[in-house]
Design a protein around this ligand. Structure first.
Ligand code: HEC
Length: 369
């Protein structure tokens, strides 16, 4: 019995979802001239937003229709200053079918009328109830919060300034899908569990335990990171020290040269002209000195990778989508280092390092497996 009930509910919520996000093909809407257009052209989500929290796209102001909003009486600030009481099932049916609100007023024509049945609207109601619960951690209508973890790093102040300047530029150019990126830096009041959509860190072990389910990007992989057993390890740009040493051993075996080789992460070697210009502009704006430049480049690369994945994820971003886009990133050029490629079970962007001779820093090669 319980099982049957659960299946019935699950079925209903799926129907509701379909009505909400796609519209039912064999049902019609009335745009003022009678019911003659398929409801599929007018899913609720188009105007009221994927999460029902309303939208203002294209000059249409569609209100929040999550059930928690509809079921509490509040004064709507539409141009018509409509005042209405709480909705219940019957008045929901009426507003969807006849476009009349709880106060008996006709809604603006832009809100279509639908010929959905009571059973279908009941299913839709379940969806409207759930929509409000699906708010996404770290994402608001006009901001995306990103955690920045630097711990006791001595370059801390400098890196915060640099990254804030980088994201400010992104924001001034319209942000990402109309949302501004806001950095929530560790050791500040705003920095806490559930603050952020994703976390950026200088080093893997700076991440707090509560961030383990979030999308994380860091500079260096730790030995832990390479363990496939970790369900979703952080994405990292480059190999950590231990992995670099192993790489150097491989290189030595291959090239039985008498030279004394050293290995290090990419610094200035692979910065392109474009990358250099970009860095200088951001650094100047941030008013940071040319000190610890590799560290600056690394954290900028982390930021660029994040922005790239965010802009691929779309407006309906969540941590899962962001992670998915990161693992789809292939041959991404930061212009500040080697190109980065990820994949399923592939969490290190550039599996290589810079090898140079002990006595000549300028004699270097980028060595990759
Ligand atoms: C083409 C855009 C559009 C679509 C599609 C749309 N709506 Fe609306 N809806 C609006 C606008 C605009 C308003 C505000 C009208 C007004 O204030 O006069 C509105 C108002 C409402 C209201 C009244 C809210 C209140 O506070 O009184 C409800 C409920 C509603 N819509 C539900 C839905 C549902 C459910 C669907 C899908 C079956 C849907 N809408 C599809 C644009 C749309």
């Amino acid at each position: 019995m319980l099982l049957m009930l659960q299946t019935a509910l699950a079925g209903a919520s799926t129907l509701g979802e379909e009505i909400y996000t796609e519209g039912l093909e064999n049902h019609l809407v009335d745009l003022g001239d009678g019911f003659d257009v398929s409801a599929q052209f007018f899913p609720c989500a188009n105007c009221h937003g994927r999460w029902g929290d309303g939208s203002q796209e294209g000059g249409v102001v569609a209100p929040n229709i999550t059930w928690s909003q509809l079921s509490k009486p509040y004064k709507l600030t539409t141009t018509r200053g409509r005042y209405r009481a709480a909705y219940d099932f019957a008045s929901l049916v009426r507003v969807i079918r006849a476009g009349i609100d709880t106060g008996g007023q006709k809604l603006a024509k832009i809100m279509p009328r639908y010929d959905y049945t009571e059973v279908q609207i009941q299913a839709l109601l379940q969806t409207l109830k759930q929509l409000s619960k699906q708010s996404i951690i770290g994402v608001e209508s006009d901001t995306i919060n990103i955690g920045l973890v630097l711990g006791q790093l001595k370059q801390r102040t400098l890196i915060i300034k640099l990254m804030q300047s980088y994201f400010q530029q992104i924001n001034l150019n319209g942000g990402i899908f109309q949302r501004k990126i806001q950095l929530i830096v560790d050791n500040t009041i705003a920095y806490k569990a559930d603050c952020c959509l994703a976390m950026l860190a200088y080093s893997d072990d700076y991440f707090p335990p509560w961030a383990s389910s979030l999308t994380r990007i860091t500079v260096f992989s730790s030995p832990l990171n390479s363990k496939v057993t970790d369900k979703s390890p952080p994405f990292s740009l480059y190999l950590g020290q231990q992995a670099r040493e192993t790489l150097l051993d491989k290189y030595r075996k291959q090239h039985l040269s008498s030279k004394q080789w050293l290995i290090k992460p990419p610094g200035l070697e692979l910065v392109t002209q474009r990358g250099q210009a970009e860095y200088l502009q951001i650094a100047q704006q941030a008013d940071v000195p040319a000190q610890w430049v590799p560290e600056q480049l690394w954290m900028l690369s982390v930021s660029k990778l994040l922005v790239h994945a965010l802009s691929k994820s779309g407006r309906d971003v969540d941590s899962q989508k962001l992670t998915e886009q990161l693992s789809k990133t292939h041959d991404f050029h930061t212009h500040l280092g080697p190109s980065l490629s990820f994949g399923p079970q592939h969490y290190i962007g550039a599996v290589g390092a810079v090898i140079h001779t002990a006595w000549d820093q300028n004699d270097w090669i980028w060595y990759q497996q």
